[in-house]
Ligand binder design. Structure first.
Ligand SMILES: [Zn+2]
Length: 60
């Protein structure tokens, strides 16, 4: 099954990380600030998840 990450516009197949309970609330908040049109239903890929996770810990 193919999945398009709305944040980086990449098509990912296999090993995707659509939005799930693993994604912390703070990460979702940060993504919404940078991507106002994004909603958690859209999901995100692992790369974006890691990116925002890093961003979050670096911006304290
Ligand atoms: Zn992505």
């Amino acid at each position: 099954m193919e999945y398009k990450c709305d944040l980086c516009q990449k098509i990912i197949s296999g090993g995707v990380l659509p939005y799930s309970k693993h994604v912390e609330e703070h990460i979702i908040e940060l993504i919404k600030i940078k991507h106002p049109k994004w909603v958690e239903k859209d999901g995100l890929c692992r790369q974006c998840y890691e990116y925002f996770k890093k961003e979050l810990s670096g911006n304290k």
